[in-house]
Write a protein that binds this ligand. Sequence first.
Ligand code: 4NP
Length: 150
Amino acid sequence: MTYRILFVCLGNICRSPTAEAVTRAKAAERGLDVTLDSAGTGDWHIGKPPYGPMQEAARTKGYDLSALRARQVAASDFIEYDLIVVMDDDNAADMAAIGPQDRVKLFTDFTSTTTTYVPDPYFTRDFDGALALIEDCADGLLDRLGSRQA
Ligand code: 4NP
């Protein structure tokens, strides 16, 4: 059965759509069967494509985010997805307020780095740094998933 993962950040225009696209590409490379989506805890950007500078940084590394559109999280996401992967503690708290906390995991928990959250490039302007961390987290997540599916 396909494993379903929802990536969550604040705006759903920088970190979580990048996490979705990067994880999708890496899962395909590994032949892993996953269903992926992303959403934001905020409602400001509903219906919009990922932020231009984020798309540009991702495109440089071969990830196309252009078809993605922002949506807001819903309580039903806890039914639709097996795992909800958040970018920071604020996202975790917002999700834990609408569903079971044990379904919610920090993306950085899947890496061996000491970083405890994915800094928001919308504010830091470090789009390349966010992408590199997201690639690292995605590899760690898929390592975990690969051994689970094996
Ligand atoms: P994200 O970044 O959570 O990584 O999508 C943000 C983008 C926009 C806003 C907040 C976070 N905003 O407040 O507009």
